[in-house]
Design a protein around this ligand. Structure first.
Ligand SMILES: O=P(O)(O)OC[C@H]1O[C@@H](O)[C@H](O)[C@@H](O)[C@@H]1O
Length: 229
């Protein structure tokens, strides 16, 4: 029988507050490749996007030093290069977002199915799940290579719902990035915005804005679903 509630977690900015470290990694990467990143643009280019999409935006708008043409394999290599920088920078700072461990436990005790649905490459997903010891909480893990388009396309979240065998309208998405919020909403799901990466104002189009997981209970999630029907 299908369950009437599932929680789908984004990873970067939701499981761990990683985006400040991604920013540092992108800065290092940009320096090496002589890309000129400007402060106000950074969020637009990187937060929540797949590296391939971010790189293609850089290529289109900023011009890579080498003439701007990359094959698929080159994009994959550049993406891995940036993520290796990220893992080196973040390794000594790994920490779950506030209140998350208790929240995961509460959901597990209540038999609420949970999935991880991230635009990050699997190398980063493995790194975070192993470093935080949270792998066993997730019945399904979906990354961008398992679908044809990453977030903001809804496919990642729809695939996660399918793997959990829960209808999209019974899924609640936990997101920090505007790109991810768009994916969750396009999937027909309720979205809780967590203010690790964007301000409450920037997340005001979500169904609920929280600063950390200590503010969330299973009853609140159930109320969110009810309020939409
Ligand atoms: O979908 P998530 O978990 O937010 O992660 C996606 C991306 O988030 C970005 O902020 C990072 O710069 C990327 O490297 C990362 O892959």
């Amino acid at each position: 029988m299908k369950k009437d509630l599932a929680v789908l977690f984004d990873m970067d900015g939701v499981i761990c507050d990683t985006n400040p470290y991604h920013l540092k990694a992108w800065e290092k990467f940009a320096e090496k490749h002589q890309l000129h990143l400007e402060g106000k643009d950074l969020g637009y280019y990187i937060y929540g996007r797949t590296n391939r999409d971010a790189l293609q935006l850089f290529i289109k708008d900023k011009a890579f030093a080498n003439g701007n043409h990359f094959s698929d394999d080159q994009l994959t290599d550049l993406s891995e290069e940036k993520e290796a920088l990220f893992r080196d920078i973040y390794r000594d700072h790994v920490e779950l977002t506030a209140g998350l461990k208790n929240f995961l436990e509460e959901m597990k005790q209540a038999s609420v199915p949970m999935a991880l649905a991230s635009n990050a490459p699997i190398s980063n997903i493995d790194f975070i799940l192993d470093a935080t010891g949270t792998r066993s909480y997730f019945e399904a893990v979906v990354d961008a290579t398992q679908v044809t388009k990453g977030k903001p396309d809804p496919q990642i979240y729809l695939r996660a719902a399918e793997l959990l065998n829960v209808e999209p309208h019974n899924c609640i998405v936990m997101e920090d990035s505007t790109v991810g919020v768009e994916a969750g909403q396009k999937a027909g799901m309720k979205v809780v915005g967590i203010t690790t990466t964007h301000s409450p104002e920037e997340l005001s189009h979500t169904d609920l804005v929280i600063d950390n997981f200590a503010e969330l209970s299973i009853n609140e999630l159930k109320n969110l679903l009810i309020s939409g029907h």
